[in-house]
Design a protein around this ligand. Sequence first.
Ligand SMILES: [Zn+2]
Length: 478
Amino acid sequence: MMYHTLIRGAQVVDGTGAPPYRADVAIENERVVRIAEHIDAPARNVIEAEGLYLAPGFIDVHTHDDLEVIHRPEMTAKLSQGVTTVIVGNCGISASPVKLGSEPPDPLNLLGERADFRFPQFSDYARAVQAARPAVNVAALIGHTALRVTQMSELQRTATESEIVAMREQLRGALEQGAIGMSSGLAYYNAKQSDTAEVMALVRELTAFDAIYTTHLRTEFDQIIDAMDEALETAREGQVRLVVSHLKCAGKGNWGRSGEVLSHLQSAASRQRVACDCYPYSASSSTLDLEQVTPESEVTITWSRPFPEQGGRPLADIAEQWGLSLQEAAQKLQPAGAVYHCMDPNDVETILRHPLTMIGSDGLPKDPHPHPRLWGAFPRVLAHYCRERKLFDLATAVYKMSGRSAEQFRLRDRGVVKEGAFADLVLLDFERIESTASFEQPQQAARGIEAVWVNGTRSYEPGKTGLARNGRMLLRDH
Ligand SMILES: [Zn+2]
């Protein structure tokens, strides 16, 4: 017996939350075929992994990589963190099924330009992903706002009966073709006017597929509990699993409320299936929202269509230079993107630590000066929150980034290191691991990620380029 790959002597953190144990791990074709204390059989590739940890490849449950996986299939920002699967289509925006009559409205413009939206059917998108052969696996949600944009002539109102019928039909088609669920982004200008009944009507379409519903809440500021109740009620109506996206207490008036918000979620979890994701930073990022432009929290511009040279600068400096108020300067910069320093670091820690919480980066790959979470989220959880702040042990950190995520999103045979599971693996040096992406220098590969395998193929090593890309489209499990 000659194995394709044998990883020897690593501490296996298997993604279930169980304590690490020392083992040899053999890979054949695309799966882990054997795990044992000692494997004596020869292998074409032998990796001596003494002193390193072998974990399941991380699952980034919250991404906007819909078009990135097609346009830049190397996916270095993700692969270099140990991420082997991305969930795309979050916050109500997805690349498909979309038909545009004009420029993509906010925040669909976070994903791409008008010409990039060329997937009227989900199956067109799935085929394009397969053809691009990205370096990571891709599972996709369908965005509520994407459906609205395609079926409604006017977004500043709730949908009519006939528009709802059309959206439901479009959503059903995508689910039949393998989409894993639906997302909404009710805080955004172009989805805000949809009432709960509109969203519920769509979520009811998920029931027959037991598909998942994820939501960027209607608000993450003072009224967050009401917004959470709306999401919980919507998911209950469809009897579907709910994921509250990038849970946070935004705005100074809301700081210190993470305990209250989490106990609300925890008590709901005794009645229905609910979880949340979180990125490990106290600053958020999205398109530039005039409502979030206040003197109370610092805002940095990341991109601006009319003034690209202002990317990376604080809004306050731009306003001062232009002799304008913050609001006036922000209006002049539109359309634009921003980082908002709007959270209390203690709230972020409380949310990350909670057992309902998974890790998602929410990285924005098209942004020329992105929030550092795009390149740094997963290593930062390991280095800062696990090793330094000791919010949780390594097994728990890995579980939040792999096994738990695979359970929630039903990614079969992924998220665990187990005989028979897909060989999506990351070999890491826990003592050395460091997220080097910063707000000033956001596009930097982490230290301490020694090797990454995707479907059994070695796909990343620090400093090496041109390794094989072996990700695939993951369609909903039937
Ligand atoms: Zn969002």
